[in-house]
Design a protein around this ligand. Sequence first.
Ligand code: FES
Ligand SMILES: [Fe+2]
Length: 399
Amino acid sequence: MDPRITPPQDWDRSGLPGWAYFSQELFELECTEVFKTHWQFVCHINELSQNGAYTTFDLAGERALVIKGHDGQVRAFHNLCRHRGSRVVPDASGVCNKAMICPYHGWAYNLDGSLRGIANKNTFPPMDAEKWGLKKLEMEVWNGLIFVRFLPGPQPSVAEVLGRFDEEIAPYDLANMVPTTTNSMHDLLPVNWKSVRDVDNEGYHVRQAHPGLHELYGNGYFDEPYLEGTSRSVGTFNEAPGHRWSVRKYRDLLPEASHLPVSQQRQWIYFGMFPNFVLGLYPDSVIFYQDVPQSATQTLQRGMCYRRPDESREMKVARYLSGRIDRDTGAEDQMLMVWSCEATRSSAYDGVILSDLEYGVKTYHDHLRKLIPVVESNTLPLVGQMALLNQEILSKRIP
Ligand code: FES
Ligand SMILES: [Fe+2]
């Protein structure tokens, strides 16, 4: 057995302290050390269907915009007018024909981000169009998925982080897939973002909490732990006949996905990327979900489903059915996230004890502990001390 996959004897099963699930000061540290310095998924390139199409992504006070230029190139910018900071594109997504026009005073930007025109130009000193263009954001496209990063950091590229999955993902031809509206999710949850991760990072709960999923692949499911910022889970379909309509129909009607190796034709495979992105590879579709923190106690869970461009009618039916199974699973998970997050406020809460089957939760926490070691403290640091204490621990670390 691979020792990286099997938990060692006597591992620490206690999880993160309760305060880590509601501390505003910790949340602010997480915004900088976790969310702004790590790659964030924005959208698939095929969601930018025509030149001028854009999509926005907000996180931790930052606002990103990705837009396809007249030359067909996708670029990423801060969605922040250089005049007085208004959003330059107002909607979550849309199309700008010739230029991006700021809704506040009407400054215009070319689709390549350069400044195109200023309303009442003679009331300003001479201004350089390049210098006063939109500020660029770091962007990377991996298998058709567009990622941005708000603060440059030591983290490797998306291609490097997810590189160990290259061979497994190649047959899905993700870059040419088409966005769909089935299985899309945009839910604001009253929980800390780590409660979402904790539920998602283990399959121990599948048998009890997800009757549909358990019937689909419960007997052949396993989680691998977080390894250098990525995780992998696989569910191989059960052979036993299903009782639930959607599961039974899905397994019966799913046509042969001849573009995939035989083993992957009857599997759901999940890749997780730290801190908040999961890709699900199904024979009928590829899905993603992502938890976008809004505050210490609120998290937006969003997701979408992509299909092959030449999808058959039979495969479309299968995709509809897998979407049904996923919708049920999602609702079941959200309840668990709320309950476990609420618990951290209870006077009876004294931490958790993790099973070997929840080793993925522990290894994810370890990744977080490396970045923000103050989360190892059992007691909530004094007000105003969190960042200082964290810095102190980091500075004592042997490089
Ligand atoms: S803030 Fe954009 S034009 Fe004034
Ligand atoms: Fe779940």
